[in-house]
Design a protein around this ligand. Structure first.
Ligand code: FAD
Length: 571
């Protein structure tokens, strides 16, 4: 018989990436009881850990390394983030991130994070582990309860307020419920929804379905960011090649050997110079344009084995030896493949979802007692994310969510037996003796990811999305009808269902936005249309249906509207 263990905590944090741990540390500073749960090992298998570690804020003359300082002042950072996000971002959230960011970055040192040069350039690989390890240790030392192997399946809501969350404890083989006055969703994004991605398999958008089922709304879900230089070499892992950004001067070529990027991006300088010098912008700031160029070449029949080629043959041998990350890349990521002799195949993969749970500046969602932070949320990056803001966001808003949750936890939540039993019964109803059905689930997962990649991926059309929607709905139904034998298998089933549901949410939003903006590109509507589409899209769960609404964007800083990141005057 499957039973449930009920635990009490003041603040429950779901997810132990940068956002979750930063929230935990902040909440604990208020003296309340904090529990952090993660469906896998704490801090080990998330986007923060596998990130490139680039974190940017305005710290001129205060902290200066290639990886941290870019902006002269917060106002400049704010301006660039808004222009880059093509105004889908919430100005208030961007203001908080850019003006609070410098202090939050500096503060990392006091939380045990190594000096930035050591952290990013030498000691740690993956680079984000230099952030994750110390945050886990600090949270533990401060007395947060850390619970790995805990998959949260639903937010408990009674009387219109959050009273806790329920899930399965896969390490102990039982159901779990938490009674808490405040819950923070810090579950990261949903890049795993796409066949090609360079995140961990855990980015299944669980936080989006948790929020929808609890009655909260999501925003701008059509916006998904794709990383261009992701390995597509048979037998090699789908990880991004950092040499694109570093001083390797790598060149992207099509099957004809052409350096094709110059056709898509006006080059400032010719030849093998760093990306930024050649195109006048950092790769991380125009990655959606590079990704589009790559898939356009392949679609036009100029690809090689369905990908393009990243040529690093000209890199002098000494360069490889002096670069810590490259040594690792050559030994581990390339598994003996010699990039000095042969170009490596690359093709974009999803890296981040930029839409997500709608929050205000204090990380409050629409549901009292429910907070959210990090990649699980929407509104910070708008239609495209600047390099370095992906990590700044979780540490700034993680801290805010932790504070808000601590302050909101001064209630005595009561969780009815019926609610706990309902959550348990939901899990029990899909457990059955018989075949494990893992193969079936694997195939369904693959079909969802393939549908999203091929029909709702980088180059979108209304027709392809319309065809994908019923497929995603049907795949979700087939997952719902699939029984499993154990709680570990239950996790796979839940994740597959979430991928289908989140894919459906993304597809619906992408179908409605009949224009191109930032990372959202419709080949049937290739222009940005400010007359019609200066709106944010919100979505809620309405029974089995999704209810989409629009909200007009009213910019406070209207002078920004006159500017565009590619120098195009906006009419
Ligand atoms: C390869 C890669 C490189 C990147 N490089 C950079 C970079 O250099 N600079 C930059 O600014 N940004 C970068 N980004 C983006 C940035 O790293 C992420 O957006 C950010 O780290 C997200 O942090 P997070 O805490 O919100 O989520 P995550 O770090 O993904 O953490 C989410 C956690 O929630 C847990 N979880 C999920 N669902 C559940 C559930 N149901 N129950 C319990 N736990 C759950 C997961 O297991 C995970 O541990 C990169 C992303 C990737 C994938």
């Amino acid at each position: 018989m499957l039973n449930t263990r009920l635990e009490d905590t003041d603040v429950l944090i779901i997810g132990s990436g940068g956002a979750g741990l930063r929230a935990a540390i902040e909440a604990r500073r208020y003296g309340v009881k904090v529990t952090v749960v993660d469906k896998v090992v704490l801090g080990m298998n998330n986007s923060t850990r596998y990130s490139g570690g680039g974190i940017k804020a305005a710290l001129p003359g205060i902290l200066s390394t290639a990886y941290t300082t870019q902006y002269e002042c917060p106002r400049e950072h704010f301006r660039q983030a808004m222009i880059h996000g093509e105004y889908l971002n919430d100005e208030a959230l961007v203001e908080i991130m850019t003006f609070e960011g410098p202090a939050r970055v500096l503060e990392l040192k006091s939380l045990g994070v190594d000096t930035f040069d050591a952290m990013y350039l030498k000691v740690h690989y993956p680079h984000g582990s230099g952030l994750m390890g110390p945050l886990v240790n600090t949270a533990r030392k401060m007395g947060c309860t850390l619970r790995p192997g805990m998959v949260i399946t639903r937010i408990l809501v009674e009387g219109g307020r959050v009273v806790g969350a329920a899930g399965v404890d896969i390490y102990r083989g039982r159901c779990a419920a938490f009674r808490s006055g405040a819950v923070v969703i810090a579950t990261g994004g949903a890049a795993e929804t796409f066949l090609r991605n360079d995140t961990t398999v855990n980015t299944t958008g669980d936080g989006y379905t948790l929020a929808l089922d609890a009655g909260a709304s999501l925003r701008d879900m059509e916006i998904v960011q794709f990383e261009p230089y992701v390995q597509a070499e048979p037998g090699l892992p789908m990880l991004d090649r950092h040499e694109a950004e570093a001083e390797f001067h790598g060149v992207l070529r099509n099957a004809l050997g052409e350096d094709f990027l110059v056709k898509y991006l006006p080059a400032v300088k010719a030849g093998q110079v760093p990306f930024e010098e050649q195109f006048g912008m950092a790769l991380t700031d125009i990655r959606e344009r590079v990704a589009r160029a790559m898939v356009t070449e392949v679609a036009a029949g100029r690809g090689d084995q369905g990908a393009v080629l990243f040529d690093l043959r000209h890199v002098p041998a000494g360069k490889w030896e002096s670069d810590f990350a490259s040594q690792y890349a050559r030994k581990v990521l390339l598994r003996g493949f010699d990039v000095q002799k042969r170009p490596v195949h690359v093709l974009p993969g999803a890296i981040c979802t930029l839409g997500g749970i709608a929050i205000d500046g204090d990380c409050r969602t629409d549901v009292p007692g429910l907070f959210a932070a990090g990649e699980a949320t929407g509104g910070v990056h708008g239609a495209a994310r600047l390099g370095g803001d992906g990590l700044l966001d979780p540490i700034v808003f993680g801290a805010r969510a932790g504070r808000s949750a601590a302050l909101a936890s001064n209630v005595a939540p009561s969780v009815s037996k019926e609610l706990v039993e309902e959550a348990r019964a939901e899990v029990a109803s899909v457990l059955a003796e018989g075949p494990a059905n893992l193969e079936i689930l694997g195939k369904l997962r693959d079909q969802v990811k393939r549908t999203m990649w091929e029909q709702v991926g980088i180059l979108r059309t209304g027709e392809a999305i319309a065809a994908a929607i019923p497929v995603l709905d049907e795949l979700a139904e087939r997952v719902r009808a699939t029984k499993v034998r154990s709680l570990r298998q239950f996790k796979s089933r839940l994740e597959t269902l979430n991928l289908a549901r989140v894919g459906r949410v993304i597809a619906g939003a992408a179908q409605r936005r009949m224009e191109s903006r930032g990372a959202h590109f419709r080949t049937d509507f290739p222009q940005r249309d400010d007359e019609r589409w200066m709106v944010n899209q919100f979505v809620r769960q309405d029974g089995r249906k999704l209810a989409y609404t629009e909200s007009p964007i009213r910019l406070r800083t209207t002078e920004l509207l006159k500017q565009s990141k590619f120098g195009i005057e906006v009419k």
